[in-house]
Design a protein around this ligand. Structure first.
Ligand SMILES: [Zn+2]
Length: 327
């Protein structure tokens, strides 16, 4: 078996991946961010075209189940723009979902993740139409594909909690680990600024047996503790260092220093880059393009011309490539 990267148009030879935005969103919605939905295929096409014009070749979307992944649009967008797109299964924190929808999802959660990784993304519950509240939308059975064209997920997205670990997160992480063991898929983790990432590693790796090199931690630039970064890198996890889309966010200024510290500590092979555009406001910052036109030239000037290729191409090719199994 040769490891491949599972894109929305099929499995890709990692050598074909090219410059990659390793953590971003073309489509996402959450009740926590009203009015900030990314739900417009034409706007998503504009993002991919600008990214491609700047030299981008691959775009990894970390939007999990139930948050408006644009499952019906991703394949066509990849086809018309020529950008490889990777989609996600998984679940975010409970706060992003209707509670009744969530309760109906827990039973068979790992099976849903596995179906989405091996057969195709499943239909998401419809968003609440304006008007009197009706019965909550029940999730479709995992057998029901979202669109006639099977678009498979290439990674599992999960999240840790802002405070102590909730029952929701314990169930989601257990299901993600089950789906990893069944398919080989990498697991991408949304970290909270005050969370302790070692707890995530303990849960996924120590408790559930997911190898560290199959875990990608997001948002570490929001947690500016270089000692913790170095410890985690030494364990072998990948970091998706995001922020260029967050103009004015402290993480935007910290990203370069975090990268510099890890490179100097010998951990360049663990680093991926992403713009993590989650809102309409953030999209105005042109994060995926800025990643290539701003952050990457700065890295090349400081660390030499090889480093951008490592962070943008070689590392994501290794982090997302999988010996795919079908249970
Ligand atoms: Zn994200």
């Amino acid at each position: 078996m040769t490891p491949t990267i599972r894109t929305v148009l099929g499995d890709l030879d990692p050598a074909e991946l090219g410059a990659t935005d390793s953590h971003d969103h073309l489509f996402i919605r959450s009740p926590l961010l009203p009015g900030e939905e990314l739900d417009d295929p034409a706007a998503a096409e504009g993002v991919l075209r600008a990214f491609a014009a700047a030299g981008g070749r691959s775009f990894v979307q970390w939007t999990p189940y139930g948050m408006g992944r644009g499952a019906d649009s991703l394949a066509e967008l990849s086809r018309v723009t020529g950008v490889h797109v990777v989609a996600a299964t998984g679940l975010h924190q409970a706060a992003h979902y209707d509670p009744d929808t969530l309760r109906a999802l827990y039973d068979g959660l790992a099976e849903r993740f596995i179906v989405e990784l091996t057969t195709g993304l499943t239909a998401e519950p419809a968003t609440e139409p304006p008007g009197p509240p009706g019965p909550p939308a029940a999730p479709e059975a995992p057998e029901a594909p979202a669109s006639p064209e099977a678009v498979r997920a290439g990674l599992i997205k999960v999240a840790c909690d802002p405070g102590t670990t909730t029952a929701h997160t314990r169930q989601v992480m257990a299901a993600a680990a089950d789906a990893h063991h069944a398919t080989g898929a990498p697991i991408a983790v949304h970290l909270e600024p005050r969370a302790h990432p070692h707890l995530v590693l303990n849960r996924l790796h120590v408790r559930h047996g997911v190898p560290p090199h199959r875990i990608i931690l997001g948002h570490l630039t929001r947690l500016p503790d270089v000692r913790v970064h170095r410890e985690l890198a030494a364990e072998g996890v990948y970091f998706a260092l995001d922020s260029p889309s967050r103009a004015g966010h402290p993480a935007d200024h910290q990203a370069f220093d975090v990268i510099a510290d890890l490179v100097e500590a010998g951990h360049a092979s663990r680093l991926l880059l992403g713009a993590d555009t989650t809102t309409r406001t953030a999209r105005q910052a042109d994060g995926p393009t800025k990643l290539l036109n701003d952050l990457v030239p700065r890295l090349a000037r400081t660390f030499g011309p090889e480093l951008p290729g490592l962070l943008l191409t070689a590392n994501p090719a290794a982090a997302f490539a999988t010996d795919w199994r079908t249970p």
